[in-house]
Design a protein around this ligand. Structure first.
Ligand code: DGJ
Length: 544
C-alpha cells in the first residue's frame, strides 16, 4: 500500500524537487540597481560581503584547510580565493577541477561564501599563471613586444589564440560551477583575471598590434566615448598607446567573461592596480608604475565601452591616508559602476595599513557593496608568544563581528541608501552627520569621566567608527566602536530640547531585533559612549 502511494506521488515529488532546483538555479546571485545604488543579491536577498582574500598561493585545498580558523576568528562571511589556469588545465583541454571542488566543499562545511578569482592571462600585469603549454609555445601564444622589439612575460592582448585559449578554460570553469554550484550558490561573484594590464611596456608593439593601432578606432568606441573618428593616434594623441592597450585588454577580458557567462551568468568584475596610489597623477607612467591598459581611473570609460560583460570595475585600495582612500572610492563609484573593494590594506603589516579597520566604515559610507582586506594567511590576532596583540587585525575582526551580526539588514539599509558613517582620523576628533531633522555629533575617542591619562593602544590607532541608519521617524540603528554619539536638533530649533526616549542595546537573530538591556545614566547622560568591543543600539529620540 505504502509502496503504491509512493509510486503515485513520485512524479509530484520529483516535479516539486525539480521545480525548486530550477527556481534556485534561476535565483542565481545577481546585481540589482535602484537609481544609482546597487546591491549584490544572493538567494533573493541583498548581501554585503564582509570578506578577506587569501594569499596568492593558497587556492589549494590543503592550504585552504589551514585558513578556516583565521577566517572564523575574523568573522568573515565570504572568502576570495584564486583559481589558477595553470593548475586547472595542466594539458590542453584536459581540465582538472579537483582544487576548485575541494575548496567549494570546505567553504560549504564552514558556511562561508566564495568569490573566485580567475588567475588567467593576467595577474598583476604579468602572465605568470598561464599553463606551461602556453608559456612554452610563444609562437602559438604570442607575447607582448616592447617598443625595442623585446618579448616580455606578458601575453599579447592582440593575439586571437591567447584569447581563445583563456576563454575556453574560463568557460570550462564556469560550466563546471554550473554543474556543481548552479543551485547552491556558494560562489557569489567571479573576478576575471587579476589586476590585468601590461607591466614592462605601455602596449604590444608587435607588427600585428602595430597594424591595429594604425587603423581606425572602432566605431562603437568613437560613439561611446563621443570622440572624433580617426586612427588611435589621431583620436587619443599622447594617450594613444595606453588607450589602445586598455581597449585591447578590456575587449579580451570581456570575451573571456562572456564565454564564462554563457555557461553560468554569475556577476563578474575586473579589479585594478591603481594608477597612482599616492595620488600624484602626473608622476605615474603606464607600463612602468602600473600595468598599462587595466581599468585605471583614466580608462574607466574605455573599459565600460569595451567590456559590457564585466559588471563592476573595482579598485584594489592600498593607499596612505583617509583622504586618498575616499578619492579613489569616489572615482570608481559611478552611476554605471557599483563600488566594490575586492582588495585593500590587509593583514601582515602592509606599510600603509595603520588603522585600516576604519576603512570598512568609510567604504560603507560611500555606498560599497563589499569589502575585503588582502592576505588572510598573514592574520595573527596576537603577535607571537607574549607579543602585543595586533590591534589593527583585531579592529577588523571586531568590525565583522559587529556588522556580521546584522549583515542582511546592513545590506538592505545600504541598498535603500539609508546608511551614514563617521570615522576617526589622526587629528580629527569630531564629525557631524545630518540625519533628517536630527544631527549626530560623533566624537573620538569616547568621553570618560574622569578622562583617561592616555589613549589605549587601539585608540592611538585612531580607528573610532560608527554607522547610523534611520529605522523609523526619530528612531535609529547605531553601531559603533570607540566613539561617542550625541543626537541633537540642528539650530535653529527654538524652544525645542532633545531627549533620549529609549536606548536599547541588543542584537539581531535571524534578522529579528532582540532587546538585551536599556542604556541609561552614565551610558547615555554624556552621549552614547561606544567602546571596544562595539555595540548595536536602537535609539528612540524625542523633544520636549
Ligand atoms: C595586489 C594583487 O592583486 C594581489 O594578488 C596581491 O599580489 C596583492 N597586490 C599584494 O601582494
Amino acid at each position: 500500500m505504502a509502496r503504491k502511494l509512493f509510486a503515485l506521488l513520485l512524479p509530484a515529488i520529483a516535479g516539486a524537487l525539480f521545480a525548486s532546483a530550477a527556481a534556485r538555479a534561476q535565483d542565481l546571485p545577481r546585481l540589482e540597481r535602484q537609481g544609482n545604488r546597487y546591491s549584490l543579491i544572493v538567494d533573493g536577498q541583498p548581501y554585503f560581503e564582509l570578506g578577506a582574500q587569501v594569499n596568492n598561493s593558497s587556492g589549494w585545498p590543503d592550504q585552504m584547510a589551514k585558513l578556516w580558523p583565521p577566517a572564523a576568528a575574523m568573522h568573515v562571511n565570504t572568502l576570495e580565493v584564486p583559481v589558477y589556469w595553470q593548475q586547472m588545465e595542466p594539458r590542453e583541454a584536459a581540465f582538472d577541477f579537483s582544487a576548485v571542488d575541494g575548496i567549494l566543499a570546505q567553504a560549504r562545511r564552514h558556511h562561508v561564501r566564495l568569490i573566485l578569482l580567475w588567475f588567467g592571462s593576467w595577474k598583476n600585469g604579468k602572465s605568470h599563471y598561464v599553463p606551461d603549454w602556453v608559456k612554452d609555445d610563444p609562437q602559438r601564444f604570442p607575447r607582448v613586444y616592447t617598443r625595442q622589439g623585446q618579448p616580455i612575460d606578458v601575453l599579447s592582448p592582440n593575439a586571437p589564440a591567447n584569447l581563445a585559449a583563456d576563454a575556453k578554460a574560463f568557460a570550462a570553469l564556469m560550466g563546471h560551477l554550473k554543474q556543481t554550484d548552479g543551485a547552491q550558490h556558494t560562489v557569489i561573484l567571479v573576478q576575471v583575471e587579476n589586476e590585468s594590464g601590461i607591466l614592462g611596456s605601455v602596449r604590444d608593439f608587435s607588427p600585428r598590434a602595430q597594424k591595429l593601432i594604425d587603423a581606425a578606432v572602432p566605431a562603437a568606441i568613437v560613439s561611446a566615448l563621443h570622440t572624433k573618428n580617426g586612427t588611435w593616434r589621431q583620436v587619443f594623441g599622447d594617450d594613444a598607446d595606453e588607450a589602445f592597450a586598455a581597449y585591447s585588454i578590456a575587449s579580451y577580458v570581456d570575451q573571456v567573461a562572456g564565454a564564462g557567462k554563457r555557461e553560468l551568468p554569475l556577476p563578474m568584475y575586473a579589479n585594478n592596480w591603481l594608477k597612482s596610489p599616492r595620488g600624484f597623477p602626473i608622476a605615474t607612467v603606464p607600463g612602468v608604475d602600473y600595468p598599462s591598459g587595466g581599468p585605471t581611473s583614466n580608462m574607466l570609460d574605455m573599459w565600460k565601452a569595451a567590456a559590457p560583460h564585466i559588471d563592476i570595475l573595482s579598485p584594489d585600495i592600498y593607499v596612505p591616508n583617509t583622504g586618498r582612500y575616499v578619492q579613489v572610492m569616489r572615482s570608481f563609484h559611478r552611476p554605471d559602476n557599483p563600488l566594490f573593494i575586492p582588495e585593500t590594506d590587509g593583514f601582515g603589516g602592509f606599510p600603509n595599513s595603520e588603522g585600516y579597520a576604519r576603512n570598512l566604515f568609510l567604504a560603507i559610507g560611500e555606498g560599497a557593496i563589499g569589502f575585503s582586506p588582502f592576505g588572510l594567511d598573514h592574520l595573527s590576532l596576537t603577535r607571537g608568544k607574549g607579543g602585543a596583540p595586533d590591534y589593527e587585525a583585531e579592529g577588523m575582526a571586531e568590525n565583522y563581528r559587529l556588522l556580521g551580526s546584522f549583515s542582511g539588514i546592513l545590506a538592505k539599509l545600504q541598498f535603500a541608501g539609508k546608511i551614514q558613517t563617521a570615522v576617526e582620523e589622526p587629528g580629527l576628533s569630531q564629525r557631524e552627520l545630518r540625519l533628517g531633522r536630527w544631527n549626530a555629533l560623533v566624537s573620538f575617542p569616547p568621553s570618560y569621566d574622569p578622562p583617561p591619562p592616555s589613549l589605549s593602544p587601539e585608540q592611538s590607532l585612531h580607528m573610532g567608527r560608527v554607522l547610523i541608519a534611520p529605522l523609523a521617524p526619530d528612531e535609529f540603528l547605531v553601531a559603533g566602536i570607540d566613539c561617542r554619539v550625541q543626537f541633537r536638533l540642528p539650530p535653529p530649533s527654538p524652544g525645542k530640547q532633545t531627549q533620549l526616549l529609549r536606548v536599547e542595546e541588543g542584537h539581531y537573530d535571524g534578522g529579528e531585533w532582540k532587546f538585551d538591556r536599556l542604556w541609561n545614566g552614565d551610558e547615555t547622560d554624556h552621549g552614547l559612549n561606544f567602546g571596544s568591543p562595539g555595540t548595536v543600539l536602537h535609539v528612540k529620540l524625542g523633544t520636549y
